[in-house]
Design a protein around this ligand. Structure first.
Ligand code: NAD
Ligand code: UDP
Length: 352
């Protein structure tokens, strides 16, 4: 009888899911919180291409108007300026009925930027997610959280699988971001468990590409800008720490597929490129590509800087048929070319 009851419950849940996904397909609006940022602006582009109406909500803290300037004349695109930690503006809540998807990408992602105002970072992650989840609940929209590999902290499991619970220092300078994202995941899964909103959680690993800020402070943008301008190339620590870098187009494809995944709650899903290299190796690649003669200089390793990081993407591959397509060489070339234009300093090779 218990099995019979479970069967009925499964059937009811699947009827409810089907109904939900039919309603979602009929709706045509997506909200992208953090849509003027690096990843968010690429998501806006993709959703517009796919025929949706896009509401971009951003406080322009690290995002830039120029990332979305090309969309401003698009009738299906609106920028609403505001902060997710405040009560959401009427312009957003009014559009709730048409919302199919809420992408929560709002939060500075670079350590120097998110550490500049740690209280705001924590509130952005937690209070911001709560506001956006409530909006998704009212709208009957699906909610996608851009969580992070930082939830694994300085990981003891390598590569990192989604079932690894992490090793995070809750009192360190990175905690406002790491613990903020962990709490946001908790909130999102509680909403999902209670049937208040259907959620998808992506754990994003280091991502790079066009539209990162030259002053972003993350390693790829720093090294490229330094190499292009002939400034010292800064390596923190001895450069033996590792990361795995995913090109932004690949990540966007993964996020879109996850947001449209129709199966039962998949739990958190790692999205990243599993090719791992040391920071020194990355610097060598950038120097070779830019033909830079800038010097390498060594600076202290930031507190709690993770030693190693590489995603296990088996789950994303199985559920979404997703894997990165752009290799590091190609992705770096695209990024260097973009930064060369962005900082208006042509590559040395082009000057010859
Ligand atoms: P980003 O700093 O370029 O973009 C963040 C955007 O959110 C910016 O436009 C910023 O102005 C906006 N924002 C910040 N706080 C806000 C607030 N309180 N209210 C409204 N808008 C706010 O960073 P990104 O690299 O594009 O990252 C986007 C998301 O992906 C973030 O949530 C980040 O945590 C997550 N993520 C990124 C990476 C990565 O490698 N880029 C890795 C893991 C997770
Ligand atoms: N890093 C570096 N030089 C820089 C910026 C960063 O060596 O100019 C290092 C940093 O200490 C870390 C790695 O590069 O070990 C990746 O740093 P990033 O801030 O890009 O991402 P995260 O640490 O959040 O993974």
């Amino acid at each position: 009888r218990a099995a019979e009851l479970e069967g009925h419950l499964d059937e009811a849940a699947s009827r409810k899911n089907n109904k939900r996904s039919r309603t979602m397909k009929a709706k045509k609006t997506a909200l992208v919180a953090g849509g003027a940022g690096f990843i968010g602006s690429h998501i806006c582009d993709r959703l517009i291409e796919d025929g949706l109406h896009v509401l971009c909500f951003d406080n322009l803290q690290t995002g830039r108007e120029e990332n979305i300037r090309h969309l401003r004349r698009e009738p299906r695109f609106d920028l609403i300026e505001g902060d997710v930690t405040d009560a959401l503006p009427a312009a957003l809540t009014r559009s709730a009925r048409g919302l199919a998807l809420v992408y929560d990408l709002a939060c500075a992602a670079s350590p120097p930027h998110y550490q500049a105002d740690p209280e705001h970072t924590m509130l952005t992650n937690v209070v911001g997610a709560s506001h956006l989840l409530r909006l998704a609940e009212r709208a009957g929209a699906r909610f996608l959280l851009s969580s992070t590999s930082e939830v694994y902290g300085d990981p003891e499991m390598h590569p990192q699988q989604e079932n690894y619970r992490g090793w995070v220092n809750c009192t360190g300078p990175r905690a406002c971001y790491d613990e903020g994202k962990r709490a946001a995941e908790t909130l999102a899964f509680d909403f999902d468990r209670l049937g208040r909103a259907e959620v998808r959680v992506a754990r994003i690993f280091n991502t790079y590409g066009p539209r990162m800020r030259p002053d972003d402070g993350r390693v790829v943008s720093n090294l490229i800008c330094q190499a292009l301008s002939g400034d010292d190339i800064t390596i923190y620590g001895d450069g033996s720490q590792t990361r795995s870098f995913c090109y932004v187009d690949d990540l966007v494809e993964g996020l879109i597929r996850l947001s449209r995944y129709e199966g039962a709650q998949p739990g958190p899903v790692n999205l990243g490129n599993p090719i791992e290299l040391t920071v020194s190796e990355l610097a060598e690649r950038v120097v070779a590509l830019t033909e830079s003669d800038a010097d390498l200089v060594y600076r202290p390793l930031p507190v709690d800087d993770p030693r190693r990081r590489r995603p296990d993407i088996t789950k994303a591959h199985k559920l979404l048929g997703w894997q990165p397509e752009v290799d590091l060489e190609e992705g770096l070339e695209q990024t260097v070319a973009w930064f060369a234009r962005a900082i208006e300093r042509p590559r040395r090779a082009e000057l010859r």
